[in-house]
Design a binder for this molecule. Sequence first.
Ligand code: ATP
Length: 330
Amino acid sequence: MKTITVFKGDGIGPEITDATLSILRAAGAPLEYECFDVGEAEYERHGALIPEAAFASFEKTKVLLKSPITTPIGKGFRSLNVQLRTKYDLYANIRPAKANAAVKTPFPQVDVVTFRENTEDLYVGVEEQIDEDTVHATKIITRGASERIIEDAFRYAETHGRKKVTCVHKANILKLSDGLFLSIFREIAKKHPTIEAADRIVDATCMELVMYPERFDVMVMPNLYGDIVSDLTSGLIGGLGLLPSANIGKDMAMFEAVHGSAPDIAGRHIANPTALLWSACMLLEHLGEHGVAGRIRAAVDRALAEANLTPDLGGTAHTKEYAEAIIDRL
Ligand code: ATP
């Protein structure tokens, strides 16, 4: 048994966490859970967005399943997600988007993995008011952070039977910052001769991803492009309800759905838990539990093909009913 930390989050967070944990338990995942309420609701109740005990648990277990958290707006808080990623140096954000045969989209051939650098770029959040009508934002690109994410992308390609890594950038305009990222990519690519290396400007990438998604395999990019391009890839496969992610650091890892807390549908029990569940599968695989992860993935595939789905996928099922359909197919 391995103990993991679970953050339940805000909005649809508790609903999709309950659904995910019920499926993990039914699948016999060899996990024990230390669960914490975090986020806006927790702040209103106890005055801290993330209680100390929740941080302490993650520092002990090193593995976190995190559902979406709302960062209160206008109270001077830095995004909790950005905080968690930087506090624990969870530098590699891995977002696999694979079309599922059961989910009808115009893009059935999509199978891409975005490697998003998670600790710098414009997300350092350094902005300066120059005068009343002028604001500057700082974009940071460093050799160290670029090297490790690019190296990880190539290593992932080699160990997961992938053929190509594409560097996504805007080095034609941002010649120094993205230029550095691209030049490091080219250096590292030479060390991985079995993997095809390509690079694309970010705007052209968005167009090509929609027109010719089969041209892409693993993609690696700085933080902001990774945020935008990976949401685009979720649109290609059927929406945010289907995009999981891993945030990996040196010895700690956090797994979460890419989507936010979806306040527009919170409390209506219609949220799709698949993205969080697939994130939990990535967590199990990270722990070497490939068997149980595979069983859950197979049950989800069957449920997506046969069951009443949640409204984002065109069905009428409530979150719990859809979770039970997955459990029935385990
Ligand atoms: P953030 O800025 O925190 O990423 P956001 O404002 O981009 O959040 P989300 O909360 O991700 O927005 O929601 C975007 C849209 O996708 C909303 O209409 C929401 O209802 C829908 N959505 C997101 N997640 C799910 C889900 N799991 N199931 C169904 N719909 C979802």
